[in-house]
Design a protein around this ligand. Structure first.
Ligand code: GLA
Length: 406
């Protein structure tokens, strides 16, 4: 075992800065199966909702034809529970033969034919979180297998492993992915594994070897949980700001917009905050059956432009008062801002805002052209002393884009 790590170290040293795939210049966008479809493997009695090639093909079709692809959503990602329970006789990973009868190469070709990319899930440990064969001891072989199949993104989980090993194992997998010559976006749960085992994370190497990284608990279709994640990002704001940028982004987990457990207002609050974090926008919903207002939110060009802003900055949490938070994010052109008020209160008629623009970040005397993003309403020109008057409802957000005037 020790010898393995020594050899790996030598290889990593030789390859220098390993993650050199040119991907994720802006936060990746797409769809991921986990929150909505979980580990449903019962295709006999639940054929339309189980993890299968049919489900993934249907999602790809909807992404391509319903406007998501044109808006920038690109990766169709399968989470856990796609695997057969054993490796094949050559120790290669194989998908469950009943649920993926035509294999992963077929599925990748199908997704590519729709102009999209295919993401897959594996685990650094001996098993995936769902109990399927993990990649430990097979990192190189698995990277090669994914590349041969035509996979474009790997979500690499951390169950059934010792998190002390993450700082060796994830760089090793990053190197093996690079060596395949296929650009495969590397989505890591490296810091999340460390968090679970009460270890601290060093985001320098994480950013060096991963394109996106989970560092908090799983999101659920529930606003309390979303608030918990926003709280965690608020608490660690100064640290996280140093590591977000083109090529590498924090991943607060899937977007539950179009889900069941949150109101429309809560969904737009999640969407706003994820855009402020420059987070990957990986929706986990049923694109075959999605409320129109959720769809419009997912396609909202103002929110998407804040998320996809080329600076890739993490917003600053400016203050929190009585459950109301103010977040400000620099965007292009230089001097412009996105501003969000995020209301965590679940009682009352909301918070009334009456504030000079300069007090919430718009301090430049050239002024700003301000747009409210959910309605797309042009609020006109603001100077630092212009008053912004609005109301932020409970468990909701208010979001504006402020473009600097020249
Ligand atoms: C972990 C991850 C989730 C999901 C499941 C799959 O909990 O954090 O995002 O991938 O495993 O089993």
């Amino acid at each position: 075992m020790l010898l393995n790590w020594i050899l790996l170290f030598a290889a990593l040293f030789a390859c220098g800065l390993c993650l050199d795939n040119g991907l994720a210049r802006t936060p990746p966008m797409g769809w991921l199966s986990w929150i909505r479809f979980g580990c449903n493997i019962d295709c006999v009695s639940d054929p339309d909702f189980c993890i299968s090639e049919k489900l993934i093909m249907q999602m790809a079709d909807h992404m391509a034809k319903d406007g998501y692809k044109d808006a920038g959503y690109e990766y169709v990602c399968i989470d856990d529970c796609w695997l057969a329970t054993e490796r094949d006789k050559n120790r290669r990973l194989q998908p469950d033969p009943k649920r993926f009868p035509r294999g992963m190469k077929f599925l990748a070709d199908y997704v590519h034919s729709r102009g999209l990319k295919l993401g897959i899930y594996e685990d650094f440990g001996t098993k995936t979180c769902g109990g399927y064969p993990g990649s430990e001891f097979y990192l190189q072989l698995d990277a090669q297998t994914f590349a041969e199949w035509g996979i474009d993104l790997l979500k690499f989980d951390t169950c059934h492993s010792d998190a002390h090993d993450n700082k060796y194992g994830y760089p090793a997998m990053s190197m093996y992915l690079n060596q395949t010559g296929r650009p495969i976006l590397f989505s890591c749960e490296w810091p999340y594994g460390e968090l679970q085992q009460n270890l601290s994370s060093d985001y320098g190497p994480v950013r060096q070897y991963c394109n996106i990284w989970r560092n908090d608990w799983d999101v659920m279709d529930d606003f309390k949980n979303v608030m918990g994640i926003v709280g965690f990002y608020g608490k660690n704001n100064e640290l996280f700001m140093k590591y977000s940028g083109p090529g590498g982004f924090f991943d607060p987990d899937q977007l539950i917009v179009g889900g069941i457990g949150m109101s429309h207002y809560q969904q737009r609050a999640q969407m706003a905050m994820w855009a402020m974090f420059s987070a990957p926008l990986l929706m986990s919903n049923d694109l075959r059956d999605i409320p129109e207002e959720a769809k419009q939110l997912l396609l909202n060009k103002y929110i998407l432009s804040v998320d996809q802003d080329p600076l890739g900055a993490m917003a600053t949490k400016v203050w929190e008062f009585k459950g109301l938070q103010l977040w400000v994010k620099p965007i292009m052109p230089k001097g412009s801002l996105a501003i969000v008020f995020f209301n965590t209160n679940a009682f009352g008629s909301g918070s009334a805002i009456s504030s000079a623009a300069g007090d919430i970040g718009m301090t430049d005397s050239r002024g700003y052209q301000v747009t409210e993003v959910f309605t797309g309403k042009d609020l006109g020109t603001f100077k630092p002393d212009t008053k912004l008057k609005t109301r932020v409802f409970t468990t909701d957000a208010y979001m504006i884009v402020c473009k600097i005037l020249s």
